[in-house]
Design a protein around this ligand. Structure first.
Ligand SMILES: Cc1ncc(COP(=O)(O)O)c(C=O)c1O
Length: 358
């Protein structure tokens, strides 16, 4: 039976490795998607509710209130703030605006599972540079892989799934060594959780590097992943390019209102970062006692080495006990698992299930 004829690129596009949570039911502990255990705060819910009766109107295509709020927080003018339906949308739009057959994209691996999509969707070539032995980006090797065909380099800092972070100074030197025609996206989805540096340190790189894009999200520390809102701090040229390739109304009225309100509450961000750090220490200590190594996490999740243990059996055994984590194999490296830090009760359920499985 003949079916619809799709374009040739389609079969090369990887299928997003969604967490298996959605297949399970019952009292689950979901530590699989690097979400936060806290819902939106009261003022954010009120800002969403305020907009409910306007939903017969399209969202503001300029996203002006949201962009202004981000500008107020970061000091980057609104003309240089692009916002998207999650930071993923900006990433995909960047791929569309920058890449094409014959062009190259350089990114580390294992890293965020959407990067391979950028190349596959545009027909460009992805150049994957393995992480170093500590699960960090190998910037020297990434620099060596940049050719005349390179249009885009993506650095994930802190990196998903290994949770490691590079110092801003190293990224500064790396970008300075690249030709300015090459766009560099510094994906900072987890930047607020980085204890090694002030999350605002990378903002200082923007005036020095017009080809640099800082990509951030409301999905992680702000706890708004269900609404979809992210942003890029970038040149005006980059913002206009990503706006040009997308539909104008991609960021919903509710997402715009929620994001604009959430970013005003940096005290709440700090509180969440602190609570996450406490859970990080707790889990790291408990895992160490069980003989399990973790990388130096600067994010809201742990990357746990399983050594010789059967990774698939561990992840399955946890799921059978209602605890959902991500298997390393699904994220690009076997023999590991990625565990999001949850609330204390959730983390302790994970540890109890792990004891049974091991
Ligand atoms: C490194 C990284 N970048 C971007 C995202 C996407 O976030 P958003 O929800 O903003 O699309 C994620 C989500 O897991 C991520 O891990």
């Amino acid at each position: 039976m003949s079916g619809i004829e799709f374009n040739r690129r389609l079969s090369g596009i990887p299928i997003y490795p969604a967490a298996s949570t959605y297949e399970h039911s019952g009292d689950l502990v979901k530590l699989s998607s690097n979400e936060t255990p806290w819902g939106p705060q009261r003022q954010v819910i009120a800002a969403i509710q305020d907009q409910l009766e306007t939903l017969n109107r399209y969202p503001d295509p300029d996203k002006s209130v949201m962009r202004r709020a981000i500008a107020d927080r970061t000091g980057v003018p609104p003309a240089r703030v692009a916002v998207g339906n999650g930071s993923c949308e900006i990433l995909m739009a960047a791929g569309e605006a920058l890449l094409e057959p014959g062009a190259e994209l350089v990114h580390a691996w294992p890293s965020f599972s959407m990067y391979p999509h950028l190349a596959a969707q545009s027909g460009a070539t992805a150049v994957r540079v393995p992480l170093d032995a500590h699960g960090r980006h190998d910037l020297d090797e990434m620099a060596r892989q940049v050719t005349v065909a390179t249009r885009l380099v993506v650095i994930c800092n802190p990196n998903n799934p290994t949770a490691t972070a590079l110092p801003v100074e190293a990224i500064d030197a790396f970008v300075a060594g690249l030709p300015r025609r090459v766009a560099v996206i510094l994906d900072e989805a987890y930047v607020e959780f980085n204890m090694l540096q002030d999350p605002d340190d990378s903002l200082d790189l923007l005036p020095r590097h017009p080809n640099l894009v800082l990509l951030r999200t409301f999905s992680k520390v702000y706890g708004l992943c269900g609404l979809r809102a992210g942003y890029a701090l970038c040149s005006e040229q980059f913002r206009l390019a990503v706006d040009r390739v997308r539909q104008p109304f991609s960021v919903s009225t509710l997402a715009q209102a929620a994001a604009a309100e959430a970013i005003r509450h940096q005290d709440e961000v700090e509180r969440r970062v602190e609570m996450t750090a406490i859970e990080r220490l707790h889990l790291e200590m408990e895992l160490e006692e069980r003989g399990l190594d973790t990388t130096d996490s600067q994010a809201n999740f742990a990357w746990v080495s399983l050594g010789e243990r059967d990774e698939a059996a561990v992840v399955k055994g946890l799921a059978e006990r209602g605890v959902i984590v991500r298997s390393g194999a699904a994220l690009g490296q076997e023999g590991a698992m990625r565990v999001t830090y949850g609330a204390r009760r959730e983390n302790d359920r994970f540890l109890a299930a792990l004891d049974e499985v091991l």
